[in-house]
Design a protein around this ligand. Structure first.
Ligand SMILES: [Zn+2]
Ligand SMILES: [Zn+2]
Length: 301
């Protein structure tokens, strides 16, 4: 699993910082999460192929998470995209994008499939045989969801060395991959688990931005490997956080601790701060494993 941070600052795009957007590579998918203004430029900068993105998850309809989407949708058209594009986001997202396309008489020549969200509970929004994506209802000034991405347990893989040591012929390898035991010519049964490697332990990633401190998300994100949680403010501005429905670094750390996550990544920093290091310092007082997101940073799990 690889996470590329395209932007992780609050409010407005600036010369050196970008609003929220990130790409999660998980089991051959390239999931785009949020799409602040400038996202398509950031995609190009990081050499992420536009054609590899087939699913876009939008947390909420504030500009710093969403204003890059109309531009990206339009660019896909100019690039001659034909594959379907699935967009998951709050109700209203379809109307807003379609209105812009209609006014510009520039409908897409590929199919845009909107999956509009309205539930206040966590719901499954995407699933295939390798991954699932569920919403994480958040507490913000408008209807907002985070997203929980989970790998599924993969299949066992053939241990060629052990198979060869028993003199098993190649034509039986597919049976072994399919989970079958093997009966040797001398009548001995070799169990499948001896002939295969355990599948890798599935990983999970939770994206939570924007939100006020909301401990009732803890059961949803319990034990995730990686939690990205917004931390717009430091302690000095703690009083503003609940009013604007954002979190402090310490609140993000508290959520991480309660949920027993493997690693916390902070982001969505207010642009009032000259340095983001104090976010790590404050969060680390509560939770040990803290990393700071920054534009262009990649995390491989
Ligand atoms: Zn925001
Ligand atoms: Zn917001």
């Amino acid at each position: 699993m690889k996470l590329t941070i395209l932007g992780c600052y609050a409010a407005t795009p600036r010369t050196m910082t970008n609003p929220t957007s990130q790409v999660l590579e998980i089991k051959n998918h390239m999931f785009l999460i949020d799409c602040g203004e400038g996202t398509q430029v950031q995609l190009r900068k990081h050499k992420i192929r536009f054609s590899k993105i087939n699913h876009i998850f939008i947390s909420h309809l504030h500009g710093d998470h969403f204003f890059g989407l109309p531009g990206l949708v339009s660019t896909f058209r100019l690039l001659g995209r034909e594959a379907e594009m699935h967009i998951y986001g709050p109700k209203g997202i379809k109307e807003s994008i379609n209105l812009l396309l209609k006014l510009g008489n520039s409908y897409t020549n590929y199919n845009l499939v909107f999956h509009e969200l309205t539930s206040k509970d966590s719901v499954l929004v995407y699933e295939d045989d390798k991954v699932s994506v569920e919403t994480i209802p958040l507490k913000h000034r408008v209807y907002t969801n985070g997203f929980l991405f989970k790998e599924k347990v993969g299949s066992r893989t053939l241990n060629v060395e052990v198979a060869n040591s028993y003199g098993i012929e190649k034509c039986y390898f597919q049976n072994i991959k399919n989970g079958k035991d093997i009966i040797l010519d001398d009548g001995r049964t070799i169990e499948n688990k001896e002939l295969t490697f355990d599948p890798p332990i599935p990983k999970s990633y939770a994206f939570c931005s924007d939100t006020a401190y909301k401990p009732d998300i803890v059961p949803i994100i319990k034990d995730v490997d990686i939690l990205y949680h917004e931390a717009t403010f430091l302690e000095e501005q703690a009083a503003i956080a609940p009013k604007t429905r954002h979190s402090t670094a310490k609140e993000a750390a508290s959520i991480a601790k309660q949920a027993n996550v493997g690693q916390l990544i902070l982001g969505h920093y207010s642009t009032r701060y000259k340095s983001i290091e104090p976010f790590k310092v404050e969060a680390s007082e509560i939770f040990e494993h803290v990393l700071l997101a920054d534009d262009g940073k990649e995390f491989v799990f």
